[in-house]
Write a protein that binds this ligand. Sequence first.
Ligand code: HEC
Length: 167
Amino acid sequence: MKDVKVRSARDRLVVWMAVGLILLSVWWALRDLRSSSPTPNQSTNPALMPEAISLVTGDEPLVDVLTRPGCPVCHMIPGIPGATGQVGPPLVLGTTGPQRLKDPGYRGEAKTVHEYIVESVLEPQRFVVQGYPAHTMPTWYGSKLSALALEKIAAYLERQTEGSSAP
Ligand code: HEC
């Protein structure tokens, strides 16, 4: 009789430990969900899903070329209304482009700021700007931006400097 009681006490302990583990993992999952939602990356922001964006041909006005793919959601871009995003660096490549190319950590293939911009849009993981999150900028722009659109983006951004960053 005493033996049975000891065993059931032990069983109860095992059950409570299991319940505790389940609660802990539920809490962990919820915590993960909450902490990831403020970053508007491609998996949490429906406006940044590739299906939501039609091909940008480059014949659109420049504002649309930059706004339709959602760049302003994450970037400050001088001269583009509403482009006040803080997730990525301000797109003042006239100032920052030369610094990136000189960065000892830069492993890309670009030789000019223009090439660096095109590379950054097509392969954002090539060089992750220090202080900003990796795996955040969408990696599918190559299928949504025509060569002309990319040219226009690079030609515009390489002319923007820190001084022009006031809206
Ligand atoms: C979901 C957020 C997000 C969107 C949308 C986004 N970017 Fe980015 N971008 C980032 C982040 C974060 C970085 C910095 C990390 C890195 O280098 O990958 C970055 C880096 C860059 C860089 C390198 C900047 C530098 O200072 O070296 C360029 C250029 C750039 N983005 C252009 C664009 C353009 C053009 C678009 C629209 C076609 C765009 N981005 C859309 C988040 C985004």
